[in-house]
Design a protein around this ligand. Sequence first.
Ligand code: ADP
Ligand code: MG
Length: 577
Amino acid sequence: MKKIEELRTLLERIDGRGYKAYKDIEGAYRNKEGFYLFIDHVQGDPFASPSKIRIRIPINKTGFPKELFKNKVRRIAFEDLVARKVKSVIFSLKRVRGTGKSGLIHIDSGNQEVLERTACKVTEEWIEVRIYIGLPAEGRKILSKEAERIFFDQIPRIVEDSLFWESHDKRYARRFVECIENQEYIRERLKEKAIVAFIKDGSILPRESGISQLPLRSAVPFKSPPSLRVKFDLLNPVDGKKEIIGMGIPKGVTLIVGGGYHGKSTLLQALERGVYPHIPGDGREYVVTLPTAVKIKAEDGRRIEKVDISPFINNLPKGIDTRSFSTENASGSTSQAANIMEAIEIGSELLLLDEDTSATNFMIRDVRMQQLVRKENEPITPFIDRVRELYNRLGISTILVMGGCGDYFDVADTVIMMKEYLSYDVTSEAKEITKRYPNRRIKETEELEKWDISRIPIKEGFDPHRRHKIKIDAKDIDKILYGNEIIDLKWIDQIVDLSQTRAIGMAIYLCSKRFMDNKRPLREILKEFERLIDKEGLDILDPHYKYERHPGSFSRPRIFEIAAAINRLRSARFRIL
Ligand code: ADP
Ligand code: MG
């Protein structure tokens, strides 16, 4: 272990030399107070991805009250909070000069959602933040003076202004952690109240724009219809109140109806993201959905590999087998069927569908079409004929945005109408209408004997090598480079952070190495993965984690999104029992 002063000496020695000489500063440094600076990895040149450093401080020197991280949920919230604070301090610093990424300082802090992430880690003994810095150079010549400014002015500033309790807005910090804990507390209690989602009165659902997740200003706040109103006791009081009130969406089949542009999709999108907690001030911080909720879309062009879509699709032309359906280029309806079956395979208890992003022929076949195109000539059993069965037999609820087709009144338990961004319970009117205008539509199918869906991934299909090197990278929030393949996640709505995408790529690799044995089904593999992360933390996604180094920037994905990526990996192969 070197003393921090040695870093200064080292830097002075390499001043003006070629960039490679920066390698000499890799290592661990310690100051008198027991603070550590780890320079884990030095970038190859000023344009390469920035160097990885960690700063570690004994927790008892920071003054942070223990209650801020006394349980797992609080710890995740607290780590997230500290990373955000580091980010804001970095923002206030003046970047030192140099070429390329010189002087850049970065931490992978969160967006509107609060996720378990590797950017900050708190243990019983210490707190550590994982940062990237661009080591400064002029062309390829080392600028030691600028590097010194980073290490001896800016890093200490970051430490002082974010890693000590004294530098935090204490009320905000407490409120932040308590708010996240409240959301998870509600999530755990949804089932007790027989609901699948909760939306607090006063929530702000719409976003600023199609490319921003910030709340829309001057939005109409959410208000629950009295008949669907539920109350939750809170673990931590909010504004002095110990309970909150909002709409509970009951288990079963729920329709969201209403005129175009009245806020239906906005409501559903808030529910999609309600699987994650949100920061205070987001507007959706008390929109809480079952953790296994999965958004289902039509996604023509996607690959499908040995999925049993026969509950929805049968008798395809040329006698194609739909109990083990594979294609490199799915249609709207086959892709939507596969998306549902894959969500069930991993254990979803709530499907979220929007007419805007569904295949019409998958959703409905009305009485006139039934007359014209006979059942024998139509491979599709529309969702309307399975949605009740999904609930009655499998306990899987559905929330469906459907402004265009009243046939669904027959199969709905609850009908919510959006009107000028306000919600109304119109269940009894809808039921009344089904009596007044009986539907002559014929249900086109019998209930299935069994619905067990299980596929075994074949390990060989998950090799991430490219020219003898492991190549896994998130090119964008919806694009993973995996070996020779690109995984396209553009249709997956519940990935909310690029660092989740990064984690998904590594998770696939880890699952293939550790758990794929050509015997275990996908669902079991992902359960094992979940257990492993719960125990070891996300750092383990870094293949070199055991050497105690900067793990990179990961945030936790759900197993549904990992499965979604696996299902879209074009080299993946499965076996059915
Ligand atoms: P629908 O699905 O019913 O056609 P959308 O949910 O797409 O409607 O909403 C239409 C527009 O109204 C969007 O621009 C959305 O941001 C906006 N909007 C939705 N909810 C609200 C609200 N509560 N207050 C203000 N504007 C809203
Ligand atoms: Mg819509």
